[in-house]
Design a protein around this ligand. Sequence first.
Ligand SMILES: Nc1ncnc2c1ncn2[C@@H]1O[C@H](COP(=O)(O)OP(=O)(O)OP(=O)(O)O)[C@@H](O)[C@H]1O
Ligand SMILES: [Mg+2]
Length: 240
Amino acid sequence: MSDATVIASVRALRAFYGRTQALFDVEFDVAAGGVTALLGANGAGKTTTLRALSGMVRRQGRIELCAVDASRLATEAIARAGVAHVPADRGTFAPLTVEENLLLGGHLQRSARTRAADIERMYNYFPRLKQRRGQQAGTLSGGEQQMLAIARALMSRPKLLMLDEPSFGLAPLVVQEVYRNLQTIRANEGLSILLVEQNAHLAFDIATHVYLLETGRIVAGGPPSEMRCNALVREAYLGQ
Ligand SMILES: Nc1ncnc2c1ncn2[C@@H]1O[C@H](COP(=O)(O)OP(=O)(O)OP(=O)(O)O)[C@@H](O)[C@H]1O
Ligand SMILES: [Mg+2]
């Protein structure tokens, strides 16, 4: 990829579940160091877009991630290229402890010392996880589970973090805490974020770029200041 200001670029992306096409020529960029948000109603194709980028669903088109042509790469290779994906169900292992989940998240790291240092770094971002390091992940509160999911993803030292509705099912104060943490981490780690979020107000607050998906197609995109004025967005999301 020649453009260093772009960490991900997606062109003519189609995705399929069996014979059913779920994405139709989706195109967008993720700015390096920024937060790009994908908005859209239930079933619009937000989760499918992240799954297509992670190689978890059959797809066609051109996907460049972290300066690598990821169009045909398998999920593990995409992770190795520097992409971490926190799925909607969070992807943590309920019977394992907080610390065991973090260790698994760091499995791409060869040195045990690096992994241990990374775990401490995560505990600094999320002190509550440190207090609960020996607790089974499945017994954490919803907010703590989301924080564990994010910390586990960061253990692979990604350049691009993809998050599928991190606010889902959480109380407003907990959502604020999760998003505050994300902003701190993004700034400290020089991370780029691709965020799927149904809560448009949240997305507009944190995002540097916003795209709107409708039935598998991108129908609008731009900086939040522009997108707030977009008729489609206002009608569907901002109640105006
Ligand atoms: N495993 C699957 N098999 C078949 N169709 C699927 C599958 N997963 C999703 N779809 C379909 O693909 C389309 C996009 O779904 P997707 O989950 O990407 O939407 P979404 O925007 O993430 O919605 P939500 O806000 O409800 O999470 C929908 O029509 C959905 O029914
Ligand atoms: Mg979804």
